[in-house]
Ligand binder design. Sequence first.
Ligand SMILES: Nc1nc2c(ncn2[C@@H]2O[C@H](COP(=O)(O)OP(=O)(O)OP(=O)(O)O)[C@@H](O)[C@H]2O)c(=O)[nH]1
Length: 191
Amino acid sequence: MDEAITALVLAGGRGRRMGGIDKGWASYRQRSLIEWVLSRLARQVDHVLINANRSRTAYEALGWPVIGDRSGGYQGPLMGIWSGLCAAETPLVLVVPCDTPCLPLDLVERLYASLGAHDIAVAHDGERSQPVVALLRRGLAADLERALAAGERKVERWYARHAWVSVDFSDCPEAFANINSPHDVVSLTAS
Ligand SMILES: Nc1nc2c(ncn2[C@@H]2O[C@H](COP(=O)(O)OP(=O)(O)OP(=O)(O)O)[C@@H](O)[C@H]2O)c(=O)[nH]1
């Protein structure tokens, strides 16, 4: 890749379907979800930022900087994305959720290949868009700040106001399986 990339791992949600636990620490195949995500990304990016609103010390022990949402109160992933764009020091930021343990090992390569002159490249698993699996230009931070101030909270609606491209991953839809509930842990482990 010609431009350096920071992975922004979103672990700042409430985890209500998981019983209110901090989902990054939910266990899947003998490891926590956040450790799965970091291991899938390790060779794909230059830096990592973990975006978390709880268990900050535990996340810091993973060896990467941890940032909270710049404006609190669980306002959704768009707030985490803005917080990460503000903190990142690379021109590109890869957004991923903490609850997707099987991400493609060529995720960044494929998103970057499609980004070109666009602002945002968003993964599509063949059935649906995956708005929190996306490569974004850090320079979007100022626009996102204005959008949030105007009340925007929908990730896809904000993307739609920019030059964005959908990137086809229909050859590996299972790589985007995410874990929202204890039932998902059981079904994904069995698959
Ligand atoms: N920073 C930040 N990230 C969030 C917030 N809400 C959700 N996310 C992240 O966005 C991604 C998708 O979140 P969801 O699974 O829809 O929400 P969740 O809060 O984790 O779980 P539920 O409460 O069960 O909906 C996950 O990586 C979350 O960590 C938030 O308020 N702030």
